[in-house]
Design a protein around this ligand. Structure first.
Ligand code: TXA
Ligand code: MG
Length: 314
């Protein structure tokens, strides 16, 4: 068991000395280490069992600090940063020399964001290095949105979990970069594309669903529960599948199955995103043999929800 609590000084001490700490963010919990300390970053990969070709996002608390870690900031990047940071937006920008290649898997861009969580912002303010932090789950599993989720899977490998409660957004950040003046979305996430387009104009998508190492993090097997999960017309799927115990993840509607997680009876996509990963975990642990999920409306956070359900599916 890892210790857990809201002691920023304890978290800071561990991090300054090259240790790992699980940190809360508004999206999901991160497994953090000093991004400028290669040995500490290596521990992240070992602890998560993560392949080295899958690069890490660095976290800091101000645009001034971000400038130390990147070589240049295109105008559109600055506009997005000013509009949405702190928040669930990660920007892919040309890296500066002080960022170790291990963090970026040898790529020449670094992923950076300012998370919107009071405890973690206070922690980031108190240190003079950025925190590399992937989601705090074993590689390939669903991201944790509570300290309890982190404890359950990585508790034995960690000295401390900074407990900041439930993650408000509940789904990872949207990853955005720039190619030939165009804004490119690489991962759908907690900031809706519609919001990004309002500031930066039309975006292009390069959301990869294959296991191409050049598109790290977008591996199909990500977010996979241990049980089979199928996305589609749930009523039809119930009729087609003769297994006894079925679990269903639905938006607003109730289904007559063993366990039904209705994510937002009132029809809010934010509320649905907030509860999605907990629901997947609960069904993975419940007495059901098969998980069925509705396809969500393909707008705002519904796009990221569908993306994660798709990746979690068989
Ligand atoms: O919301 C989030 O982004 C959370 C919290 C903890 O901040 N973090 C997170 O990290 O989801 P992770 O490691 O689970 O996913 C980060 C993904 C990588 O898998 C990869 O797809 C992309 O970010 N990434 C990071 N650095 C990159 C780089 N230099 N080039 C291309 N993609 C990069
Ligand atoms: Mg992850």
């Amino acid at each position: 068991m890892a210790l857990s609590g809201n002691d920023i000084n304890k978290a800071k001490d561990l991090l300054v000395n090259g240790g790992l700490v699980a940190i809360p963010t508004e999206t999901v919990y991160g497994l953090a280490a000093n991004a400028l300390d290669k040995k500490a970053v290596l521990r992240i990969f070992e602890t998560k069992n993560r392949p080295f070709f899958d690069p890490l996002i660095i976290h800091t608390n101000s645009i001034e600090k971000v400038k130390l870690f990147i070589a240049e900031m295109p105008e559109k990047a600055m506009l997005l940063a000013q509009s949405f940071w702190p928040g669930p937006l990660t920007l892919l920008l040309p890296k500066s020399a002080i960022i170790p290649d291990l963090v970026t898997s040898g790529l020449d861009r670094v992923a950076v964001r300012i998370p919107d969580h009071l405890l973690t912002l206070q922690l980031l303010e108190s240190i003079d290095f950025p925190l590399a932090a992937p989601s705090a789950n074993p590689f390939g599993y669903v991201s944790p949105t509570t300290a309890k989720h982190v404890q359950a899977q990585l508790g034995d490998k960690l000295p401390y979990i900074l407990d900041g409660g439930d993650c408000a957004v509940g789904i990872e950040s949207t990853i955005v970069g720039f190619e030939n003046g165009e804004t490119v979305v690489y991962r759908l996430g907690g900031l809706a594309v519609e919001e990004i387009e309002r500031i930066a104009g039309q975006v292009k998508f390069q959301v990869n669903h294959s296991s191409d190492p050049k598109a790290p993090g977008q591996l199909k097997s990500h977010y996979a529960p241990r049980k089979p999960l199928i996305v589609g017309d749930v009523e039809k799927l119930i009729a087609e599948n003769s297994v006894k115990h079925i679990g269903v993840i639905s938006f607003r509607k109730a289904y007559p199955v063993a366990v039904n997680k209705i994510l937002s009876p009132g029809g809010s996509l934010e509320e649905a995103a907030h509860g999605l990963f907990s629901a997947i975990r609960e069904l993975d642990e419940a007495d059901v043999e098969l998980i069925l999920a509705e396809k969500f409306p393909e707008t705002f956070l519904g796009r990221a929800i569908n993306d994660r359900l798709q990746r979690a599916s068989v």
